[in-house]
Design a protein around this ligand. Structure first.
Ligand code: BTN
Length: 323
């Protein structure tokens, strides 16, 4: 028995005894115990309930490519390249990078768990199975990097549109593309470009969206985090969330390809959590303090400095100063 099968056996949230699990899978109870430990080590809080057996604190819907496809608008399903669900990958973005030469446009790869999930600026993205979403998508462009300014902000807006389509409110954007809610990170976006400055190029777009965080995960994250469960009471079905995210990306990326960042600017401004806030920025340009004044047409952060000048910032770590 693998950890994947054990998670499937416990998915309903009902307790299942070690003996039942052993019977169903034809392995020893010791082997079951080993996989319980393996799931726990990956961050899944499997509870032991004495004679009742093992259970998860909540039901889990395992990712299923057919269910995701069925929940997509037809126009979107027909435009996708591959739609793959893997149990485990090092990173969905690394997987698409390895297949960059041959992967069809708008191919989407999801994994239940990542062993080397990557965040921006070399950070790790913790990726336990069964709880959150880890998804990457490849989008090809003809007109080179030069036409892609604002792409990563636009993708943040697409993630917000997906969340919005689920009737979940309260999320906003922290430049360039962190999706935050209740003061914590709800989703992270990693956009990696390759190709030519003025010719064909490709973006591998990775999105990690928190549906259900455990206490251990919040502690390990090392920064405040939020999940859809907190915002919605009960998180929506994971396959439905995946479908909404894929649909928002497919639709939004087509819009971006045609018109660039412009159609996203209003949405971005409406959800801009840095506008009017006192900010501290650190990056290649050194340390700067000032007040957020939105983003320009390329997606650069506009910061009003104490001397009244407006500074355009392309890349920096931003923190909001306490008032
Ligand atoms: C960030 O640091 O905010 C970006 C996090 C991006 C995480 C996602 S999870 C799916 C894809 N695969 C990865 O390894 N990273 C991205």
């Amino acid at each position: 028995m693998q950890a994947q099968q054990l998670l499937a056996a416990l998915a309903s949230g009902e307790a299942v005894s070690g003996a039942q699990l052993a019977d169903r899978t034809g392995v020893t109870r010791a082997a079951i115990w080993k996989q319980v430990e393996a799931l726990r080590a990956r961050g899944v809080p499997v509870e032991a309930r004495g004679a009742a057996g093992y259970r998860l604190p909540w039901p889990v819907q395992l990712l299923d490519a057919a269910r995701i496809r069925a929940a997509l608008p037809r126009s979107c399903a027909s435009r996708l390249g591959a739609l793959e669900v893997h149990w485990e990958l090092d990173s969905t973005s690394s997987e698409l990078q390895r297949r960059l030469a041959e992967a069809a446009d708008l191919s989407v790869v999801l994994a239940e768990t990542q062993t080397a999930g990557r965040g921006r600026r070399g950070r790790t993205w913790l990726s336990p199975p069964g709880l959150n979403l880890y998804l990457s998508c490849i989008k090809r462009f003809d007109r080179g990097f030069a036409a892609l300014s604002g792409l990563s902000l636009a993708v943040g807006t697409m993630v917000l549109r997906a969340i919005d389509s689920l009737g979940i409110e309260g999320a906003g954007l922290k430049w360039p593309n962190d999706v935050l809610a209740a003061g914590g990170k709800l989703a992270g976006v990693l956009v990696e470009l390759s190709g030519e400055y003025q010719g064909p190029c490709a973006a591998v777009i990775g999105v990690g969206l928190n549906l259900r965080l455990t206490e251990a995960l919040r502690t390990q994250a090392g920064q405040p985090a939020c999940d859809l469960a907190t915002l919605a009471g009960e998180p929506p079905d994971r396959n439905l969330v995946a479908a909404r995210l894929i649909a928002a990306l497919a639709e939004g990326l087509r819009e971006f390809e045609r018109h660039g960042f412009a159609p996203f600017a209003d949405d971005y401004a409406r959800h801009d959590l840095l506008a009017g806030r006192r900010l501290k920025l650190s990056g290649a340009q050194g340390h700067v303090e000032g007040t957020g004044e939105g983003v320009d047409a390329r997606g650069a952060l506009q910061v009003r400095l104490p001397d009244g000048q407006l500074r355009s910032v392309d890349s920096a770590d931003v923190t909001v100063r306490r008032a």
